[in-house]
Design a protein around this ligand. Structure first.
Ligand code: NAP
Length: 324
């Protein structure tokens, strides 16, 4: 389970602005925060568009929350190669607008970033201090966003996550289940290593981090870049195999999976062949570590495949459990 050493106290009710409404993380986070009793202000389209910095700054400064979480992004990795300006407007200058607004009202920002800021050449888990080198437009715009957020608000926490999945939206788990329904063997890349991460675990981590940083002044070790991914690692092939096994035991669609090389599956955007992230800094500073991905995959599959289990993206927040 997610370890929360600095438990959120019941009396600490925050007003949290979440940027994004229907995305995997934004939707899960909104649910978790509400279940924890926090007031949630959703900053989202059409009123607040990250492509229009003025609309974002107005929405945040008018609301005056205790903290803002940017869970929104342009996440279409391949399409970004053909739409770099659109990706940059959301992931870089849009993120900067949130940081500018939060700094202007003296509140911290939690901003979500990606493992795709790395080029994959380091074969051990990447640490926060390792050199970045994005291979694609999406990663480059997310890296620029990190730098702009950090420059605009010293009270920033940048959480790099990876391979995000949930019962909501578009993600690898749902794509594999949809493809399996066709009955054909799946050919899945077996030479890219990363960490499947589940939105419900990341939302838990965000809640725990928020509870700490609202009380922290600039300059403390709670601010900066942190890696926030589930425990373990996998190739896309191994992940697909686990999805098929989990689906089979739940009576869902399942087909054989064959490993192929990246070169057999060319995509518009290059991806790092290794983007496993070291999460020890998040654990040592905040006392937070995310579930092993296998465990959270089971919860996700329950929510997707077992109708009666589909409650709040699979389960209630871990932080809430810690409060009981
Ligand atoms: N998905 C992954 O595999 C993955 C991997 C690594 C890192 N991440 C990072 O994790 C975070 C959450 O990703 P996710 O998978 O939850 O994303 P997602 O499901 O693709 O949702 C994207 C969110 O961004 C919002 N958004 C997009 N363009 C916007 C704009 N112009 N103005 C305002 N809002 C806009 C969407 O708004 P609406 O609510 O209006 O639709 C939606 O809420 C992002 O920072 C992403 O870069 C994701």
């Amino acid at each position: 389970m997610t370890v929360v050493s600095n438990d959120l106290e019941v009396s600490e009710r925050l007003t949290v602005a979440v940027v994004g409404r229907s995305g995997q993380l934004s939707r899960t986070l909104i649910e978790h925060l509400a279940l924890l009793g926090h007031a949630v202000v959703v900053i989202a389209r059409p009123d607040a568009d990250l492509g229009d910095s003025g609309s974002i700054i107005r929405a945040i400064t008018r609301t005056r929350p205790d903290i803002v979480v940017n869970a929104a992004a342009y996440t279409a990795v391949d399409r970004a190669e053909d739409e770099p300006a659109a990706a940059r407007a959301v992931n870089a200058t849009g993120a900067e607008a949130i940081a500018v607004a939060s700094a202007s009202i003296c509140i911290p920002i939690i901003h979500i970033s990606t493992d795709y800021v790395f080029d994959g050449r380091i074969r051990s888990p990447y640490r926060e201090v390792d050199a970045t080198g994005p291979l694609n437009v999406y990663g480059a715009t997310k890296l620029e966003g990190e730098l702009l957020v950090a420059a605009a608000n010293p009270r920033h926490v940048i959480l790099r996550t990876a391979w995000l999945c949930s019962p909501y939206g578009h993600n690898f788990v749902k794509t594999m289940l949809r493809l399996a329904a066709s009955g054909k063997e799946l050919k899945i890349v077996g030479d890219q290593y990363g960490t499947p991460t589940f939105a419900t675990d990341l939302a838990d981590a965000v809640c725990a981090v928020a509870a700490t940083v609202v009380k922290s002044q600039p300059g403390g070790d709670v601010f900066g870049v942190f890696h926030a991914v589930s425990g373990g690692q996998a190739t896309w092939y191994e992940f697909a195999k686990a999805i098929m096994s989990g689906s089979e035991v739940r009576g869902g669609p399942h087909v054989p999976v064959r490993a192929i090389d990246t070169s057999d599956y060319p995509t518009r955007a290059l991806r790092p062949s290794h983007s496993v992230l070291d999460t020890s800094k998040l654990r040592s500073v905040f006392g937070v570590s995310l579930e092993p991905w296998h465990a959270s995959l089971a919860t996700c599959l329950d929510a997707v495949l077992v109708p009666q289990a589909a409650v709040s993206a699979g389960r209630e927040p871990r932080v809430r459990r810690a409060l009981k």
